[in-house]
Design a binder for this molecule. Sequence first.
Ligand code: TYM
Length: 337
Amino acid sequence: MTDTQAAEDTRRKIILSGIQPTGTFTLGNYLGAVKNWRHLQESYDCYYFVADLHALTVYNEPEKRRRQSREAFALLLACGLDPKESLVFIQSHVPAHAQMGWMLSCLSPFGDLSRMTQFKDKSQKHPEDINAGLFTYPALMAGDILLYRADYVPVGADQTQHLEFTRDVAARFNRIYGETFRLPEGYFPKAGARVMSLQEPTAKMSKSDTNVKATIYILDDEKTILKKFKSAVTDSEAEVVFREGKDGVNNLMTIYSAITGKPMDDIAAEFADKGYGDFKTAVGTAVAEELRPIREKYAALLADKAYLDAAIREGAERASEIAERTLAKAKRKMGII
Ligand code: TYM
């Protein structure tokens, strides 16, 4: 083993992930990504950010944007991210992201970008605003990840394609300009990588769902959570088992498993002679218990403007230092003087 290899083996691995500040996080965001982020803080060097530049790809009122970015930052801390342990920041505060995004967009094949599911979905949802940012979104995301030399990127299953794209673009850069970027890997939760809508369990739970009963928001109170789970779509079998075709029940079992850590078989046994009513109440109660401390912490954080402002500022400074270093290296390799 060479010295470089040995140093590589003992190096603390780097984690990076981001979330768009387009509204209160959903239970999908939480179970698919943010809950994981908190646990990873102990064993890795972690970078987490509010992806406000990505959110620009869909129109929003400026005043709402301003508020949502701060709220998203506070929500991340409320979910257990500790700015002393992790580097938490707002993407646009680190100009290197936009610069790297542009450089990588010049290495992003049009064909690959056109195949991105998120681009196709969002174009369908907003046919009046299919903008270039929506199209080059994956290049910006690749920049986010590569700037911090991330080893692992904890995300939900819907981001798999973007991660593949990131690896491809990094490999292309390395091939053309010489070894520069580390190729990151996805990091997915055992349960919860794909949380589905409570009303239409074949579709992903999403912030922008127009049916309020379909989505649990992490700031929902206990009564609302229980009500939403009570009206969750299941099936007519009255059997709590994880099986193909039982999308509604599978989703509820997944949520319950992600929160309690119980395997599917144990959950099936627990509810073997109970009806869906009891099962839904148990899932709703577990979710409400999990989210209560987040709601309480969030309220306290938003009330402490000075603390929040200082944390945002400090995050930007520390992140910029790291990102600038990689950006400078990439520029040098590309021949930018
Ligand atoms: P965003 O803001 O849509 O979602 C944030 C995280 O939540 C996960 N997620 C889900 N997981 C399980 N079930 C669901 N229903 C569900 N809905 C959302 C997402 O997979 C994601 O992990 N492009 C990213 C933001 C981003 C980013 C990055 C992520 C920008 N740059 C760099 C990682 C690394 C996005 O739109 O996530």
